[in-house]
Ligand binder design. Structure first.
Ligand SMILES: NC(=O)c1ccc[n+]([C@@H]2O[C@H](COP(=O)([O-])OP(=O)(O)OC[C@H]3O[C@@H](n4cnc5c(N)ncnc54)[C@H](OP(=O)(O)O)[C@@H]3O)[C@@H](O)[C@H]2O)c1
Length: 282
């Protein structure tokens, strides 16, 4: 199984880390334990993570600030790709509103550049397409980010095949999409197949949420027993990595123990029969 992918201008490990869980409850405010958040970020890189997903709206801003504090080496992030997002405003804990006006998107990327301490964002993702703003305005401004060298690559989030095609038709080269997808929620299957054919990285969020498949006595637990008591999170991630070579899961956690558990998924090779059993279980 291929363990790496070209993304954000670098060759990265396909098992990444999602930095949404290192901030306060409701993805709002600072983390309860600042030092623990820093430890999780540094441990992720020690364990081989080279793709970290964040967004300006995580906190807002705390996630990007913590990444810089934990991982910036004075000139940048070395081999590690930091993928961020913009276009989602926050009006309180667990509250999100898409704003895709060109001026706002430009402010998003300029402020992410400043916070992350880089001259170019490796992978900048539009967090949501704003239904209230013409798409041409959003896609046109984002294309300018690449043309001006503010972003190396562009991704979309929570989209359908038609959205990706519309962005491509507007002249955007889409390097990645990020949709909710996991063992228990396969609604993005058509998009995943499209991305696999097109060679677009697919970044599934909520990757360890296997829903009822992870229940005691469920199919994940059965397969886990065959793998020396692997955790259900590890199996959910191993299934994703096996599902497509363009899959880049970004499990999110605020805990070093859970991070270490998740990274253990790399050592799990599902048999064809196990992969099929889990694929058919949803
Ligand atoms: N594009 C979007 O719209 C969007 C939306 C949501 C998220 N995201 C991105 O996707 C990333 C992943 O999504 P997510 O964080 O919502 O879901 P997730 O990675 O599937 O699950 C995170 C939850 O599971 C727990 N967890 C993680 N590993 C575990 C383990 N080994 N054992 C037990 N519990 C574990 C975490 O709690 P603990 O902290 O206690 O470990 C956390 O509550 C986010 O961090 C973010 O970067 C993107």
């Amino acid at each position: 199984m291929t363990t790496t992918i070209e993304l954000g201008g670098k060759t990265v490990n396909r098992l990444g880390y999602g930095a949404m869980r290192i901030v306060g409850d409701g993805v709002w405010g600072p983390p309860k334990d600042h030092d623990a958040a820093i430890r999780v970020l540094r441990r992720s890189v020690e364990l081989g993570v080279t793709f970290i997903d964040t967004a300006d709206s995580y906190g807002p801003f705390y996630s990007e600030d913590l990444i810089r504090e934990a991982l910036h080496d004075g000139s940048g992030y070395g081999d590690v790709v930091i993928a961020t997002k913009g276009g989602f405003t926050r009006t309180g804990p667990n509250r999100w509103t898409a704003v895709g006006r060109a001026a706002y998107l430009r402010q998003c990327i300029l402020m992410s550049l400043r916070r992350l301490g880089v001259e170019r964002i490796d992978l900048w993702q539009l967090h949501r397409i704003d239904p209230e703003t013409p798409r041409e305005e959003q896609f046109g401004e984002i294309k300018a980010f690449v043309d001006e060298g503010l972003a190396d690559q562009i991704g979309l989030s929570e989209v359908g095949v038609e959205d990706v095609q519309a962005a491509q038709a507007a002249g955007l080269r889409i390097a990645s999409v990020q949709n909710r997808y996991n063992l228990g929620d396969r609604r993005a299957e058509e998009l995943l197949d499209f991305c696999t054919r097109e060679g677009i990285a697919f970044i599934p969020w909520a990757p360890v949420d296997a829903g009822t498949l992870a229940r005691p006595g469920g199919p994940l637990e059965d397969v886990a027993k065959q793998h020396g008591g692997a955790s259900t999170s590890q199996l959910a991630l191993a299934w994703l990595l096996r599902r497509s070579p363009i899959m880049v899961p970004i499990p999110g956690t605020s805990s070093v123990a859970h991070l270490e558990d998740n990274m253990g998924a790399e050592g799990i090779e599902l048999t064809d029969a196990e992969f099929q059993l889990l694929s058919d279980a949803a």
